[in-house]
Write a protein that binds this ligand. Structure first.
Ligand code: UD1
Ligand code: MG
Length: 359
């Protein structure tokens, strides 16, 4: 009742639109405002439709929270989850503050370059969006199919800036990028997340890959005398990867065995997205894929379960024996289980070291 009243009253807003149609002659201006209005109307419909859906998930989350509180009271300890929200927020603050200081004092000419700024800001928007979606996933536990689609949406700001155009009229050059680059983005964000489940692994792999990227960037800059565009691409990547490396290292000190905190999908999505963005804008996507080799193998091992050919349980963790503290590989198709089956039962910490050595 209230809902339809509110919608009805707000229809008064249509009056300015009538005025707009009648009085403003500039066609382009009119079209732009009306198109934005149409998009907003679709947003209205989606929000109207989504609130009841999200409400159901939120009720479930509250119930689960109450159950966890009871469990925590019984066990007296419970690892907090989603600590990625701290890393992601500090990362964004560092990157934004750096940009502000750099623009203010201009120690680097390249910051003043407007394409650089557009790319930097679109990279930040995409990463920020992914942090938000990761956090929502942690709180509401969204279905698996949605997890695959989300990075595609989050990638759009980056993909639009990447073509070098800031206008909407870019369908043609966007098509190949929407195919290739977005696949990179989707793969990287999800691949860290599914190579997971033991203490230190999610953050550990990120720290290893980020170091590899940093070394690669520095070597490339050193080797390219004179080619400033090439240097700039790698410089750009360094400016994103250094803060990622630093904040992840701090998280690792808490997440290493025995973990005091869990990182959540907030972190895995954020880390994957940041590295994919750096790889794309730094123009070294192929090299990045080599650094992601264990993730590629883990993904290939996972295909039968992800595609639903073999049943996929909610968690594909190894089996833990509380008597000995050893982990045993299960039949689930992951690199974690593969290593345990290949090298035998292991302690959680040893397994993490083995996997990071492979990385
Ligand atoms: C992904 C994996 C899932 C795996 C999970 C573990 C796929 C398709 N999904 O799901 O198989 O079980 O990651 O992260 O491959 N946890 C630990 N020890 C740790 C870290 C996490 O026990 O060191 C457990 C905790 O119970 C934590 C949960 O894993 O709550 C995290 O699960 P979540 O990140 O929500 O799982 P997904 O990313 O959906
Ligand atoms: Mg996860």
């Amino acid at each position: 009742m209230m809902k339809s009243k509110i919608v009805g009253i707000s229809a008064i807003l249509l009056l300015p639109y009538v005025y707009l149609l009648l009085r403003i002659d500039d066609e382009e201006l009119k079209r732009s405002i009306l198109m934005n209005g149409a998009f907003s109307f679709v947003g209205f419909l989606i929000t109207l439709r989504m609130i009841p859906v999200a409400s159901r998930y939120l009720v479930l989350a509250i119930c689960l929270g109450l159950i966890l509180i009871r469990l925590a009271l019984l066990k007296e300890t419970l690892n907090p989850e989603s600590l990625g929200i701290v890393v992601g927020t500090v990362f964004l603050a560092v990157v934004i503050l750096f940009l502000g200081v750099a623009i203010l004092f201009q120690p680097l000419n390249l910051i003043a370059d407007s394409t650089w700024l557009v790319q930097y800001n679109s990279a930040l928007t995409s990463i920020c969006f992914m942090i938000l979606l990761g956090f929502v996933d942690d709180v509401l536990d969204i279905p698996w199919r949605m997890k695959l689609v989300l990075p595609l949406v989050a990638a759009l700001p980056l993909l639009m800036a990447y073509t070098g155009h800031t206008t909407i009229v870019i369908p043609k050059p966007l098509i190949p990028h929407l195919g290739f680059e977005s696949l990179d983005l989707v793969f990287c964000t999800n691949s860290i997340n599914i190579h997971a489940g033991i203490n230190g692994l999610e953050v550990g792999q990120t720290v290893v890959i980020a170091s590899a990227i940093l070394i690669h960037n520095i070597l490339r800059i050193g080797a390219s005398t004179g080619n400033s565009e090439y240097q700039q691409a790698h410089l750009f990547s360094i400016h994103l990867i250094q803060p990622l490396f630093a904040t992840s290292l701090a998280l690792l000190s808490y997440n290493w065995y025995p973990s005091a905190v869990f990182v959540g999908d907030t972190y895995t999505y954020f880390a994957g997205m940041t590295m994919a963005v750096a790889g794309i804008l730094g123009h070294y996507s192929e090299t990045l894929l080599i650094f992601f080799a264990p993730q590629v193998i883990n993904f290939i091992l996972s295909i039968p379960q992800i595609a639903g050919i073999i049943p996929c349980p909610r968690h594909r963790l190894p089996r833990f024996d509380p008597q000995t503290g050893l982990l045993t590989g299960t039949k689930n198709g992951t690199l974690v289980n593969f290593c345990l089956r290949r090298f035998g039962r292991m302690y959680e910490q040893s397994l993490c070291i083995v996997l990071l050595s492979i990385q």
